[in-house]
Design a protein around this ligand. Structure first.
Ligand SMILES: *[C@@H]1O[C@H](CO)[C@@H](O)[C@H](O)[C@H]1NC(C)=O
Ligand SMILES: *[C@@H]1O[C@H](CO)[C@@H](O)[C@H](O)[C@H]1NC(C)=O
Ligand SMILES: *[C@@H]1O[C@H](CO)[C@@H](O)[C@H](O)[C@H]1NC(C)=O
Ligand SMILES: *[C@@H]1O[C@H](CO)[C@@H](O)[C@H](O)[C@H]1NC(C)=O
Length: 436
């Protein structure tokens, strides 16, 4: 598994390697005034978010005329939105047809003098505007930026009836990926990859959905990530991005760092079974960062070594004291801290009198944990700390040490079953439990 957070690198090299423009597209360029997103009459939009077998989440939208369905990974760790183009030369397998800009009557290539065609990921090349992005894990995508109509729907029903096409927005800027090396979008023996691209919800580039469509989003969005593969829960933008009810359960913490950075949170501590772990608070802020980055596009949390080792040590010690079990010395699931499922079943049986087999959610052998933030606490239970890998007979802590990113990432697994509201204008993140 690889996280998807952007590695903040401009890929002009990659841009250079694919300079053979699609000449046909140049013909369609319109000149000033620049097309900008046209806004529907309400400041809100929503789309369902679904969990994929790989631990990533996607939402589906329709793009173009006639509308074509695209499933986009929901990524708060990056900003540009892109879909794999039907004209890709380096393509990943996807269960939906690729978007063909040439087949959409409303598609327009982004002209090189468009105001959005500069900055970290976009650059003019000839008459056109090209993009290049690198994500964690050496994942890259490059291609052409364009403008087209996006439709938000409220259900996952495949029929695009007028009613389901709730919100229609013209001239949304997005990338059509030509070279796409995204191992995170690989299928496996049992599953085809359903994802066609990425919906960038970051705030560090003006092409972000959030910023580009600020008249609709009001710089606010919310999501609830379901734990079960295939389940879905709505992503809201704008007025509907709210937490209602259970006022007492609402936790709020500032989003820290400059406004053109990732969403960093001021983490102040981690507790396990009621005790604060001995972690130097400085470790939550690594050299170049402002705190812990919250990222829906990373499957689970990755922590800098000092933080991760403290968590690991406390967890190992808890399992020894409470259940007399030692972790596996070698794991098959790819996670670092795992227990043999037989040991865990035996431990669980001693307290709850046996029960159902592996695969059920009955074990609650994991200690409660809390991620403490400035002004907020997120309570983690077994469903947000451990996962059972049936095929490997392993029960694993879904956290790890940072590898190709030097900071701490608060990933999706620890966010399950909470609604997170990003009020980017007010630099606040609020959350509350929700079964989603
Ligand atoms: C787009 O369509 C035109 C004519 O319909 C065709 O000549 C051109 O090759 C197509 N472009 C691409 C990139 O396939
Ligand atoms: C966990 O906390 C409970 C409640 O405070 C305590 O009874 C138990 O001994 C603790 N377990 C371990 C292994 O520290
Ligand atoms: C892991 O290795 C250590 C030291 O070699 C050994 O004592 C321990 O029993 C091993 N644990 C398991 C679960 O095999
Ligand atoms: C982080 O939170 C702590 C505890 O509330 C506070 O003392 C500190 O100033 C905060 N840091 C930033 C950068 O906001």
């Amino acid at each position: 598994m690889n996280s998807i957070l952007v590695a903040f690198v401009t890929l002009l090299v990659f841009l250079g390697t694919q300079a053979h423009e699609s000449d046909a597209l140049t013909l369609k360029i319109k000149h000033h005034p620049f097309p900008f997103p046209s806004i529907p009459n309400k400041a809100s939009a929503s789309a369902p978010v679904t969990r994929v077998f790989s631990g990533l989440f996607y939402t589906h939208l329709y793009v173009g005329t006639p509308p074509v369905k695209v499933n986009l990974a929901v990524d708060t760790g990056s900003s540009p939105t892109w879909v794999q183009s039907a004209h890709c030369t380096d393509c990943f397998q996807v269960s939906l047809p690729n978007f063909d800009p040439n087949s959409s009557f409303t598609f327009q290539p982004m002209p090189s003098d468009h105001p959005l065609c500069h900055g970290t990921w976009l650059a003019p090349m000839g008459n056109l505007c090209k993009y290049g992005i690198e994500y964690l894990g050496n994942q890259v995508t490059t291609g052409d930026f364009g403008l087209d109509t996006f439709y938000f729907t409220t259900t996952s029903n495949d029929q695009v009836g007028q009613q389901q096409r709730q919100t229609q927005i013209h001239n949304v800027a997005f990338g059509c990926g030509i070279i796409n090396r995204i191992p995170d979008f690989a299928g496996d023996a049992h599953h085809a990859n359903p994802m066609s691209g990425i919906l960038g919800l970051g705030r560090d580039d003006p092409t972000s959905f959030l910023l580009q469509l600020s008249d609709i989003t009001l710089l606010k969005f919310s999501y609830c990530l379901p734990r079960r593969v295939g389940d879905e829960a709505p992503l809201f933008f704008g007025e509907e991005a709210e937490l209602s009810g259970h006022e007492s359960q609402i936790q709020t913490t500032p989003i820290v760092g400059p406004s053109d950075e990732s969403y960093y949170l001021n983490m102040t501590g981690i507790s396990l079974n009621g005790s604060i772990l001995p972690i130097d608070p400085k470790l939550f802020i690594s050299e170049s960062d402002y705190g812990v980055a919250i990222d829906s596009g990373s499957q689970y949390s990755t922590l800098v070594d000092g933080v991760y080792q403290a968590v690991r040590k406390a967890m190992v010690s808890y399992f020894v004291d409470e259940w007399l079990v030692q972790p596996l010395n070698k794991t098959k699931s790819g996670m670092d801290l795992c227990y043999d499922i037989t040991d865990i079943a035996a431990a669980a049986a001693t307290t709850i009198g046996g029960g159902e087999g592996p695969g059920s959610q009955l074990f609650s052998v994991a200690p409660p944990m809390v991620f403490e933030f400035d002004g907020a606490r997120l309570e983690l239970k077994e469903e947000t700390t451990f996962q059972l890998f049936d095929e490997f007979k392993e029960f694993c802590l879904m956290m790890g040490a940072s590898k190709d990113f030097s900071g701490n990432i608060f990933g999706a697994f620890q966010q399950f079953n909470h609604r997170f509201v990003y009020d980017v204008g007010a630099s606040k993140l609020s959350f509350a439990p929700e079964r989603c």
